[in-house]
Design a protein around this ligand. Structure first.
Ligand SMILES: O=P(O)(O)OP(=O)(O)OP(=O)(O)OC[C@H]1O[C@@H](n2cnc3c(O)ncnc32)[C@H](O)[C@@H]1O
Ligand SMILES: [Mg+2]
Length: 198
């Protein structure tokens, strides 16, 4: 692996940038793809892996830098793994609050023991746009879906995600704690090993 000091993060999600930069530390500087382009690529893949690679290649092509992408989402057992790769688009692009409202409605009559869910994160790193060997790292975080939102931290579905090991929601966790436990933290721990940063 090349010596990486700068990576472009192939994401327009400020929450991801903050978390990933905190996990990477100072050794590697993450630059946002927003510095180079405001156009978001269409996420046409059928899996987290495909979408992560697609976003990473697109960012490397636009920036000329090695690129890291994060494709993530929430897989709810009762919904057969939905919204999954469609998590960001669950409420047709109306944003986090609408996504959360739709999920609460979909599960409103579902009892506690059937509300299991996992956050999924796939990180893909490409050295250049046509890299034939992307580095892929996956992380899962098991929990369940609350009956009402709780907490002010984080982003996305965090207020609805119950973290059994801490007895609170993901949005109740301080950022440093979420960044040790989350799907993204697990994927990043693997990536750091692969890059020799661990
Ligand atoms: O594609 P980019 O530009 O990276 O930004 P995005 O927000 O569209 O990201 P995804 O396509 O990967 O969709 C991820 C969805 O899953 C949600 N999600 C992912 N990680 C999360 C986390 O740590 N906490 C809460 N929600 C999360 C997030 O809010 C989105 O709705
Ligand atoms: Mg997206």
């Amino acid at each position: 692996m090349m010596n990486l000091t700068q990576l472009v993060l192939a994401s327009h999600n400020a929450g991801k940038l903050k978390e990933l930069q905190a996990m990477l530390g100072e050794a590697v500087q993450l630059r946002s793809i927003g510095e180079f382009s405001q156009v978001e690529p269409e996420e046409t893949g059928l899996s987290f892996v495909e979408n992560a690679i697609l976003k990473a290649r697109n960012a490397a092509r636009i920036s000329g830098l090695p690129a890291l992408a994060d494709d993530s989402g929430l897989a709810v057992d009762y919904l057969g793994g939905a919204p999954g790769i469609y998590s960001a688009r669950y409420a047709d692009g109306k944003g986090d609050a609408a996504n959360n409202a739709k999920l609460l409605e979909a599960l409103k009559d579902v009892p506690q023991e059937q509300r299991g869910a996992q956050f999924v994160c796939v990180l893909a790193l490409v050295r250049h746009a046509d890299d034939p060997l992307p580095i892929l790292c996956e992380g899962l975080w098991h929990g369940s879906i609350l009956f009402a939102a709780s907490g002010e931290h984080g982003f996305g579905y965090d207020p609805l995600f119950w973290v059994p090991e801490r007895n609170c929601s993901s949005a109740d966790l301080a950022p440093v704690d979420k960044n040790q436990l989350s799907h993204r933290a697990r994927a990043m721990a693997l990536l750091r090993q692969r890059l020799g940063l661990a």
